[in-house]
Design a binder for this molecule. Structure first.
Ligand code: C6P
Length: 407
């Protein structure tokens, strides 16, 4: 990185603490990233000086709050390379964004016998909304078959999508396998068959440049808290023409134009999808996170995360009784693994005694766990504030864990 990860690390106050008497090594960013001082300060400034409700007041604070909220939307549109800020809907998170598409688009468009296509590698947030939409509409839920290592081939994508397919929804980057799926090619196949492509970008947008126009996807969901922003804010990008044709998923204040006793009309995009007082502080925090990531440069973030992942994988490959999950190459920012005969929760618990935070469990991917024939795994994930020294400490703790359980 142009800016060293040590300098970046200094901008994250939470990382300057000891856990179990050791310097904290935070390797759980795929679950939720830490926040730089810029994001914390932007939210503090908002609450200390500029807080008011948006879009309704005529007083100075209402004006400032509205300006800051809508500025965050403009930044997000630029970050995702959307054509217009009208295509950016603020939601509670990636889960809420995916549910919005499933309820407002799929449930309106799908008829009995139509197809919704996903894969078994999906996070539950990109699986359950489609299961429910299929049940509600009589559509058939189909899965792209997975290879033994959990990935799918473009040949299988071609075979699975048909003229009956209305929606295809896949993750850009798997939160377990760590590699990117071929979104551009999938968009072309989906469109050739008259379907839309929904992308779960929760694990991609934090790590590399996303250009929704280049990808040619129809919807793209992201989670602010995984990309240096606060919790409680996410984004749904949607192609303007599709969002125009969709009904709101929540009704109430903020999203209306005219309310009659028996009928009402909605605001224009994007506000018709933001019923009630919106997530003002969250959006402002996300805007500050985007400013920060752009200052570092997303290409630099990608290079750095890839480097740390490769650095760790090379050494983990040499460890006895350690199984790595996912493809040989292309892991971006996360490594999922198991140690023979040691439950991943035990691995994570022992690592914590070394100040190293990793995640263990099914990672909200139970179907993928079954496909990989495991009940759970351990997962270490890296981000722009991690250093090679963090990886060294993680590997040292891992070796100690293996030795501890061998005694
Ligand atoms: N994955 C993980 O540790 P929310 O919770 O709405 O911000 O994001 C949900 C989500 C959707 N898709 C993918 C690919 C994800 O990884 C996640 C969140 C976390 O892997 C928590 S389970």
């Amino acid at each position: 990185m142009n800016i060293s990860s040590k300098v970046i690390r200094d901008l994250f106050p939470i990382l300057h603490q000891k856990v179990k008497c050791r310097p904290l090594v935070y390797l759980d960013s795929a679950a939720s990233s830490q926040k730089p001082i810029q994001v914390i300060e932007a939210m503090k400034l908002y609450y200390e000086w500029n807080h008011a409700n948006v879009h309704r007041g005529v007083h100075t604070l209402a004006f400032r709050a509205t300006e800051a909220y809508e500025a965050a939307r403009l930044k997000t549109a630029r970050f995702l390379h959307a054509k217009s800020e009208k295509e950016i809907i603020f939601t509670r998170g990636a889960t809420a964004a995916l549910n919005l598409v499933a309820s407002s688009y799929a449930r309106a468009v799908c008829k009995p016998g139509d197809e919704i296509i996903i894969s078994e590698m999906e996070h539950h947030s990109n699986l359950l909304p489609w299961q429910q939409a299929a049940k509600a509409t009589g559509a058939v839920l189909k899965y792209i078959p997975l290879q033994p290592n959990g990935t799918f081939s473009i040949e299988d994508v071609k075979k699975t999508i048909t003229a009956r397919t209305k929606v295809v929804s896949v993750s850009h980057v798997s939160n377990v396998l760590g590699m990117a799926n071929p979104i551009k090619e999938m968009a072309a196949i989906a469109h050739k068959n008259g379907a839309v492509l929904v992308v779960d970008g929760a694990q991609s947008a934090p790590h590399f440049k996303v250009n929704v126009q280049e990808l040619d996807c129809d919807f793209y969901a992201i989670a602010g808290h995984k990309m240096c922003g606060p919790t409680g804010i996410g984004v749904l990008y949607g192609r303007e023409a599709l969002l125009e044709q969709m009904e709101p998923n929540e009704y109430g204040g903020e999203m209306i134009e005219h309310v009659g006793l028996f009928d009402s009309s909605w605001k224009e995009l994007p506000w018709k999808f933001e019923g009630g007082t919106p997530i003002i502080a969250g959006a402002i925090g996300l805007g500050a996170a985007i400013d920060f990531l752009e200052q570092v440069g997303m290409d630099n973030v990608a290079k750095h995360d890839e480097h740390l992942t490769r650095y760790a994988v090379e050494r983990m490959k040499e460890m006895e009784d350690l199984t790595l999950y996912g493809p040989e190459d292309g892991r971006l920012g996360l490594i999922t693994f198991n140690l023979k005969s040691i439950h991943p929760h035990d691995v994570a618990t022992v690592l914590d005694t070394f100040g190293v935070a990793i995640r263990a469990g099914h990672h909200c991917c139970q179907p993928l766990m079954r496909h990989l024939d495991v009940v759970a795994t351990a997962r270490a994930s890296f981000y722009l504030y991690n250093t090679e020294a963090d990886v060294d400490q993680f590997l040292f703790a891992l070796e100690k864990t293996i030795a501890f359980f061998q005694e």
